[in-house]
Design a protein around this ligand. Sequence first.
Ligand SMILES: [Zn+2]
Length: 165
Amino acid sequence: MRCEVCGAEIRGDPYYRIIEGGRMTVCGRCAKFGSTDWDPNRVLPRVRRPPAPRRPRNEVEAAESLEPVEDYGAKIRKARQRMKLTVEDFARMIREKESVVKNLEKEELTPDRKLATKIRNALNVDILEVGEQTAAPARARPTGARTFADLIKQATAKDEEEEET
Ligand SMILES: [Zn+2]
């Protein structure tokens, strides 16, 4: 253990002194700089932080990565028509405004989880799916065709590498 004031190795028991308002562990020579002792065995009370609201991890991830499926508007409309429901009927069924249903079917409204759940319960169609980006990051990467210039650049870079070794 080293003295926090002079940096010398402390032989024997260190002195715990409050020096210039700070808690210092010091050697016998530097102990005179402090007037008060502090107790190293007393644990400082921790600063309390308000607990963060906890949600199961998988739920959070799922909520973030859900995206409407392709043609969800058409899917809703077809399912609704299959059940012989008018827009009005269906809107009443899921307790939404008719305009909500119309906009959903036109895909001018992106359903959130709550709405999607109601639609699934009413029509038995899933209109949200786990987003591709989070599910398969490798596929989300653009795989544009390489240009001739890129190939030349690559070839040159490779040559340089070989020269170095
Ligand atoms: Zn010292």
